[in-house]
Design a binder for this molecule. Structure first.
Ligand SMILES: Cc1cc2nc3c(=O)[nH]c(=O)nc-3n(C[C@H](O)[C@H](O)[C@H](O)COP(=O)(O)OP(=O)(O)OC[C@H]3O[C@@H](n4cnc5c(N)ncnc54)[C@H](O)[C@@H]3O)c2cc1C
Length: 461
C-alpha cells in the first residue's frame, strides 16, 4: 500500500561496495538504507552488551510504507528483519545477523486528537509526555525509564507503578498501525482485526512491526506527593503492597530490596497525585513502616526521575557495561519464599555496583491484554534482578547462567518471566511461557508472518 502523499523519494541504493545482491533493486524509499560501519555497528549491539550480531543493512525508516516495502523485499529474498526502537533490549532481541534492522527512531511524530495521542512507534515516551502535558494530559502508565520507544515497550507490554489503576502500557492503546510479516500495512484495534491487535501488543515483534499507536490519555496531575517507606522484611513489604494496590489508596506503588549492613531492607515508594501534606497521616500512619519520608515533586520530574540516576551511572561508566537483566512475575502465594531464598543466596557485590532489585505489585485484573503473560492470581509481583557486570562482580556469562537458574525457580513457583531480559530459553520454554495463549499466538504468527521474517532475536519460532 503506498500513500499518495509521499515526499520526494530517495533513490534506492545502487549496487556497489557494501551493497550485497540482497539489496539490489530496492524500490525508492522515503528514508535511507545504510551499509556503513557506523550504522551496522550501532545495530549490532544493545543495552545488554551480551549479543553482537551485525546486520547486512539498516533502514532508517522514513515512513510506514518504507517498513512495508523493505519487509516485502526481505521476504522475497529470504532475509530476516528486526525492528529496533532504542535498542534497550538486553539479549540481542532487536538484532538480526546478516539481515535488515529497521530503525524506527526517525518515525517519531506525536499528534493529538481530543484525549488521545497518535504516536509513531519510534517516539520516546519522554517526547509523548512532554508534548501532552501542555494540553493538561498524560499517558496513564509509564515504564521507569522514559527514553524507550513507544513501539519497543508496547511490544514488551510496559509495566510500571501505575499498573494498579491503569494496567500495562499495552492496556492503554486504542488502535495500532502495523506492518505484518507479509509487508501489509494494517490497522487493528479491539474491534478491527482483533487477533492482530492482541498478537502485536506484548507480542515481541513476532507477527507485525508496530508503526503507529493511538494512546489513551488522562488529565495530568500538576504535582505528586511521593512517600518513601521502609520495611524490615519482604513479607511486610509485599503484604502492605497487596493491601494498598487492592484498595487503590495510591496512584503509584512500587518497591525495592536494598542491601543493608545486616542483610536486606525493603523500600516502598507510593505516590498520591496532587496530594498534600494534610493527607500524610491518613495515608501512611497505619502501614507499620520503619520509616516514612514525604516530598512534593512536579509531575514531569516524578515520571522522569530515573533520568538523574542514568546521568550518574553514565558518569560512573556503569551504563555502558554489560547488563544481564532478569525480570519475572511471581504470584502472591510464592513471592515471599522466592524473594527470601533468592536474596539469601545473593551477594550484593556479585550482581554489580549499580544493581537494582525491584519488587512491584501488579493487580492482574487490570492487565486486560493477553500479553504480557501474567501469573494466574489476583496479585502478582514484578521481581527484577537488574544486574551490571561491573569490575569485581560476577562475569556477564556467570550472570546469564544464574538467570537461567532463577528462571527455573520462577516457573516452579508458578511465575513467568517478563521477556525483556537475558535468559537462554528453548522453544519448549516459550510454549510453556505463553501457556493458554500459545495456540492463538502461534496461529497469528503463521497468519501474519508465514515465512518467519520478523524479529528472530527473540528466538521464539
Ligand atoms: C533502563 C531501562 C529501564 C526499563 N524500565 C522498564 C520498566 O519500568 N518497565 C518495563 O516494562 N520495561 C522496562 N524496560 C524494558 C523495556 O521496556 C524493553 O526492553 C523495551 O522493549 C525497550 O524499548 P526499546 O525501544 O529500546 O526497544 P528495542 O530494544 O529496540 O526492541 C525491543 C524488542 O522489541 C522489538 N521492537 C522494537 N520496536 C518495535 C516495533 N515498533 N514493533 C514491534 N516490535 C518492536 C525489537 O525487535 C526487540 O525484539 C527498561 C529497560 C531499560 C534499559
Amino acid at each position: 500500500m503506498t500513500s499518495p502523499h509521499r515526499p520526494v523519494p530517495h533513490p534506492g541504493p545502487a549496487a556497489g561496495p557494501g551493497v550485497g545482491p540482497a539489496f539490489d533493486a530496492v524500490p525508492a524509499l522515503d528514508g535511507e538504507l545504510r551499509f556503513d560501519s557506523a550504522a551496522l555497528d550501532a545495530a549490532s549491539t544493545d543495552f545488554g552488551r551480551l549479543v553482537h550480531e551485525p546486520p547486512a543493512a539498516v533502514l532508517r525508516a522514513g515512513s510506514a510504507e518504507d517498513v512495508a516495502t523493505m519487509v516485502r523485499h526481505c521476504r522475497e529474498r529470504g532475509l530476516k528483519v528486526a525492528p529496533r526502537g532504542q535498542g534497550h533490549s538486553t539479549n540481542g532481541q532487536a538484532q538480526v545477523p546478516s539481515g535488515l534492522v529497521i530503525d524506527l527512531g526517525s518515525l517519531d511524530s506525536v499528534e493529538f486528537r481530543d484525549d488521545t495521542a497518535i504516536v509513531q512507534a519510534g517516539a520516546l515516551w519522554s517526547s509523548v509526555v512532554r508534548a501532552s502535558l501542555p494540553r493538561g494530559l498524560t499517558p496513564p502508565a509509564f515504564t521507569d525509564y522514559l527514553e524507550l520507544s513507544v513501539g519497543g515497550t508496547l511490544s514488551a507490554g510496559g509495566l510500571g507503578g501505575q499498573i494498579g489503576h491503569h494496567g500495562t502500557q499495552a492496556d492503554n492503546v486504542l488502535e495500532l498501525q502495523v506492518v505484518t510479516g507479509e509487508g501489509e500495512i494494517a490497522t487493528c484495534s479491539p474491534t478491527v482485526r482483533p487477533d492482530l491487535f492482541r498478537a502485536a501488543l506484548g507480542g515481541l515483534g513476532q507477527c507485525a512491526i508496530i508503526t503507529r499507536a493511538t494512546l489513551s490519555l488522562i488529565p495530568a496531575p500538576r504535582s505528586v506527593r511521593l512517600y518513601t517507606l521502609t520495611f524490615r522484611s519482604v513479607t511486610e513489604l509485599t503484604a502492605r503492597q497487596a493491601e494498598l494496590i487492592g484498595e487503590g489508596r495510591f496512584d503509584y506503588l512500587v518497591g525495592q530490596a536494598l542491601p543493608a549492613p545486616d542483610g536486606w531492607t525493603y523500600m516502598m515508594e507510593a505516590a498520591s497525585y496532587d496530594g498534600t501534606a494534610d493527607a500524610d497521616a491518613r495515608l501512611t500512619d497505619d502501614l507499620g513502616a520503619a520509616s516514612v519520608e514525604a516530598q512534593d515533586v512536579p509531575y514531569f520530574d516524578f515520571v522522569n526521575r530515573l533520568a538523574a540516576t542514568v546521568e550518574a551511572l553514565t558518569a560512573m561508566g556503569e551504563w555502558t557495561r554489560p547488563h544481564p537483566w532478569y525480570d519475572s512475575l511471581l504470584p502472591a502465594s510464592t513471592v515471599d519464599t522466592v524473594v527470601t531464598d533468592t536474596l539469601a543466596r545473593l551477594e550484593p557485590e556479585a550482581v554489580g555496583a549499580s544493581a537494582v532489585i525491584l519488587l512491584y505489585p501488579v493487580l492482574t485484573a487490570k492487565c486486560r491484554t493477553p500479553l504480557p503473560v501474567m501469573p494466574d492470581e489476583e496479585i502478582a509481583y514484578l521481581f527484577s534482578l537488574l544486574k551490571t557486570a561491573s569490575p569485581g562482580a560476577d562475569s556477564a556469562d556467570e550472570m546469564v547462567v544464574a538467570n537461567r537458574r532463577q528462571y527455573d525457580t520462577t516457573v516452579e513457583a508458578g511465575g513467568c518471566w517478563y521477556p525483556i531480559g537475558s535468559v537462554p530459553l528453548t522453544k519448549d520454554d516459550w510454549v510453556r511461557h505463553f501457556g493458554r495463549f500459545w495456540d492463538e499466538f502461534e496461529a497469528a504468527r503463521h497468519r501474519y508472518d508465514p515465512d518467519g521474517v520478523l524479529t528472530p532475536g527473540q528466538r521464539i519460532f
